[in-house]
Design a protein around this ligand. Sequence first.
Ligand code: MGD
Ligand code: MGD
Ligand code: SF4
Ligand code: MO
Length: 682
Amino acid sequence: MAGAKEIITDCTLCYHSCGCRVTVEDGIATKIRGLKSHPLNQGRLCPKGANALAAIYHSDRLRRPLKRVGGSFVEIPWDQALDEIADKLLDLKREFGPEVLGVFSGSIGVENLEMAGLAQRFKAAFGSPNFFSVESVCYRMRIRTRQMTFGRYPIEEMDSSLYILWGHNPDQSDFPLKFALKKNLDRGARLVVIDPKRIPLADRAEMYLQIRPGTDGALALAMIHVIINENLYDRDFVERYTFGFDRLIPHVQPYTPEWAEEITWITAEDIRKVARLFANTKGASIFQGTCTQDQTANGTQNNRAFSILQTITGNINVPGGWILSPSPRLGSVGLDGEGEPLGADQYPLFVELWGRKTRYGVVTVVPENIPDKLRAFLVIGGNPLVSMPDTNAFRDAFRKLDLLVVHDLFMTETAKEAHYVLPACSHLEKWGIAYNYNVCHCIPYLMLRKKCIEPLYESWSEWRFFTELAKRMGLEEKFPWKSEEEMVAFELAAGGFSFDYLLNEKPQGVFYAEKSYEQKEGLFRTPSGKIEIYSDALEKAGFDPLPTFLGPEQGAGRGDSKFLEKYPLILSTGSRHIYYTHSQHRNVEALKRLYPEPLAEIAPGTAKQYGIADADVIILKTDRGEVKMKASINGDVADGVVLVPHGWPGEANANLLTDIHCREPIMGYPDMKSLQCSVRKV
Ligand SMILES: Nc1nc2c(c(=O)[nH]1)N[C@H]1C(S)=C(S)[C@@H](COP(=O)(O)OP(=O)(O)OC[C@H]3O[C@@H](n4cnc5c(=O)[nH]c(N)nc54)[C@H](O)[C@@H]3O)O[C@H]1N2
Ligand SMILES: Nc1nc2c(c(=O)[nH]1)N[C@H]1C(S)=C(S)[C@@H](COP(=O)(O)OP(=O)(O)OC[C@H]3O[C@@H](n4cnc5c(=O)[nH]c(N)nc54)[C@H](O)[C@@H]3O)O[C@H]1N2
Ligand code: SF4
Ligand SMILES: [Mo]
């Protein structure tokens, strides 16, 4: 191939960041393959990754900036768009103060340090504290709660002796873990699946527990009860490294397996069995859903109970357990600003812990603060009008904004509501850093994300967009980097790496640290220096310092009986499908063929009760709205439960059903997993 070169980089079509090799011929990326040497994906690509070029070169890509004029969009030059946006922002700031601006970045932003960082930097330079992201619906709750317990963020190690898949389905959502899991099962590792749906992996599990959605905390508490009362805990570990175990003992006495059986649909006998299995296996790990355990009323306390289960069984910093590995040391593109973001007063623990602040506000409070507090909103790489809870609430609020700007590759549902839509570069069109230390992947590995091709059409990277916008607003000092490369070099320098070294000598990436299983004093950076089974932080914030159980707000036990009569079925939204990331990739033909339309999954008994046959079009309804999609009758789903995928546009958008006011009380997360709905055939 004359003029062809191969560039090693990562796939950023979801947050896993698999290594890949991109062939570029005459400036065009023509082929993409997995990178064998990469420790995460070892040469494999999922269907999305394998079709990345179809997404990147899709004819729907935005080409030029668009401005809303009347009811439609007209193309305008970048200069005009930036001048007008800058003028509007400055006007609003003069009239209402800097807090009037909110900035949102999406799930690509969670692991896209530059995109999220630049968005944070811009709002801080402007003077607003209001940065929001998917972090306040996704796995930040897990990070906050583990920090609260351990003083740090321990992560599940991919190679484990006992996997507890607790509302997590790697076949669909965690492509790299799927292979590690299967490899280890073949070598004798053990598996438990806790899920209202009998996912295919349950066939390889020694226990499958069909749980009622939103009741995982009750199961976890009963497991703690059994482990303590049967003396199965790791006494030495508990004595040396924990604080508050003595208070946990009386606290868990009421949470018997029989108590949990009533709530969870799992028999007391199975609860005892799974607790014994877990406590008797070293190197056991709870792989909790990346958001299933958070998007429910008991979210923070679920996370606390899991942390305590890992702790009392001594499964912290042992091979196969939760590991304290160093996160990469990187210069921060983000900037700390002044003031408290919206949500900090209602949900302080999400924003601040022991004086350590995060840069995130609570996204569920956004709609109620428009237009009183927020009048301008920038959406960078997210699609909140499909992905955030209660689409109607968000849409109504967004329509009251004086300025909505969306920077994206495509005309999303959110972009359709914007005043300005700006074309963004894909990850192959800009420089960045990729790393693999997140969620269930404790791999201290990083790579330079290479710019493989020039930006398509007039798309701009986030660096270029924010730098140019800042210039027009007198904020250029806060955007000091002359190029993307310079910005990335700045990030890398903090960890002792140079841009040139990673580009020329280690294009495949490097281990930036060694994994360590060391057990020693001082490992846990809590105020007590111990693992805080009893959490002072929670107590000071007015919550239970020991894990408790709060059932779903709308569900049996809490919801009122009239409401339950009207909405008798339990609704869990957002189980992943391997072909799509959230609202993305529906325009890629090869993927769409594989999963062409959204399907609501219902058990045969439930379907029969409502006169529904397979492939019937049904209406699902909650107090907030309704969606229309086909039914898929599936004997693997628990009776009385409906599973609805998220990310689909229009009348199949699952977030028409979710409720912005149905929130977890400690961190303000929306309930997306344990609402109530009704169903009828169209
Ligand atoms: N292909 C693909 N992969 C993705 C994403 C994507 O959009 N597409 N998104 C990524 C992101 S941002 C995230 S946060 C993660 C999400 O990842 P997870 O939250 O781990 O989601 P899934 O792996 O789909 O697992 C959901 C499983 O939980 C079960 N479940 C539903 N409700 C409950 C419940 O109340 N209790 C229990 N125990 N189980 C329940 C469902 O039946 C399903 O099998 O996925 C990531 N990976
Ligand atoms: N009902 C329900 N809703 C959910 C969930 C659920 O389980 N149930 N899960 C929630 C979770 S955990 C998450 S993380 C969120 C995800 O929520 P979002 O992140 O808002 O969802 P995406 O559809 O991935 O939106 C990402 C957007 O970024 C654009 N994009 C991709 N790459 C780039 C880039 O490099 N630059 C720019 N500027 N744009 C880019 C894409 O085209 C896409 O429009 O969804 C949440 N929504
Ligand atoms: S799992 Fe698939 S989409 Fe995600 S980074 Fe890997 S190849 Fe890309
Ligand atoms: Mo997420």
